[in-house]
Design a binder for this molecule. Structure first.
Ligand SMILES: [Zn+2]
Length: 224
C-alpha cells in the first residue's frame, strides 16, 4: 500500500525516539474530529509539540484511505496512555506482565508500563460524530495491518488488534462527556469483530504467500 512518511524531528511530545519494547499488536483510535483529513491530524500532532501536549500516533488513516506514517513503527508514539496506572485494564497488563523486563523492572531506566511501549498506534478519520468509518478508511486499515503483520510477528490478529477503550476503559468508566475510542467500534461490537475476522483472514493469506516465497516458518504466533 502507499504510505506517506511525514516524520517530525525527535521531540518529547510526539516522537520521543524511544523504541517499542516488543511488538505485541496494534491499538486503534478515532480522531473524534469529524471531517478532519489525515493531513489535518498530522498538523494537529505537530501543534502538540508547541503546545507541550503528549499525544500522537504511528499512523493516521484519512477518510479517503490516505495513510501517513507519522512515527516509525519501531518507535513509540504517545497514545492510549493513562495519567493513573490503575486505569489500565487486564488486557493492557497482559501486554507486559510476562515480559522479563517487567519481572526485572528495576533494571530498566524507562517507565515502560504503558500500552504504547508494546502497541503500534493507528488514528482513523471519520466524517460524522457517530464515528462510522468510510469503506476507504476500513480498506486502508486492513491493508496497513497486513503490511505490519508481514513485517512483525505480533500474535493472533483478532486478539492483538485492540481498541483504545480496551486498554484504558476510555469512555466507559462513566466520566461525564468522555467518549469511547474508537466510538463506532465500541458502540458496535459486531462490526469490530467483523473487521478483525476479515482482516485476520487477509493477513493469514498474505503471510502464507510470504512463507511460500521465503520458505521460512515465520509468524508462528499468528494463531496464538
Ligand atoms: Zn484513542
Amino acid at each position: 500500500m502507499e504510505i506517506e512518511k511525514m516524520y517530525p524531528d525527535i521531540n518529547p511530545y510526539t516522537r520521543p525516539g524511544y523504541p517499542i519494547q516488543e511488538h505485541r499488536g496494534v491499538l486503534m483510535h478515532w480522531t473524534a474530529t469529524p471531517r478532519a483529513t489525515a493531513e489535518n491530524i498530522r498538523n494537529a500532532f505537530d501543534r502538540n509539540i508547541f503546545n507541550r501536549v503528549f499525544a500522537s500516533a504511528n499512523y493516521i488513516i484519512g477518510i479517503d484511505g490516505e495513510t501517513i506514517e507519522y512515527v516509525p513503527p519501531d518507535e513509540i508514539a504517545y497514545h492510549g496512555g493513562s495519567v493513573s496506572p490503575e486505569y489500565y485494564t487486564e488486557a493492557a497488563r497482559r501486554l507486559w506482565e510476562d515480559h522479563p523486563k517487567y519481572v526485572n523492572w528495576h533494571e530498566t531506566a524507562l517507565n515502560i508500563w504503558a500500552p504504547y511501549y508494546w502497541l503500534i498506534g493507528v488514528e482513523m478519520c471519520h466524517e460524522t460524530m457517530d464515528g462510522k468509518f468510510t469503506p476507504a478508511t476500513l480498506y486502508a486499515a486492513k491493508e496497513l495491518l497486513i503490511d505490519l503483520w508481514e513485517q512483525k510477528d505480533m500474535g493472533d490478529p483478532v486478539t492483538h488488534t485492540l481498541r483504545h477503550t480496551d486498554v484504558t476503559q476510555k469512555g466507559v468508566r462513566g466520566f461525564e462527556g468522555e467518549l469511547p475510542c474508537p466510538r463506532w467500534w465500541v458502540e458496535h461490537p459486531e462490526d469490530w469483530l467483523d473487521f478483525r475476522m476479515y482482516t485476520k483472514e487477509a493477513i493469514c493469506n498474505a503471510v502464507d504467500r510470504l512463507r511460500g516465497k521465503y520458505g521460512a516458518a515465520r509468524n508462528a504466533r499468528l494463531t496464538r
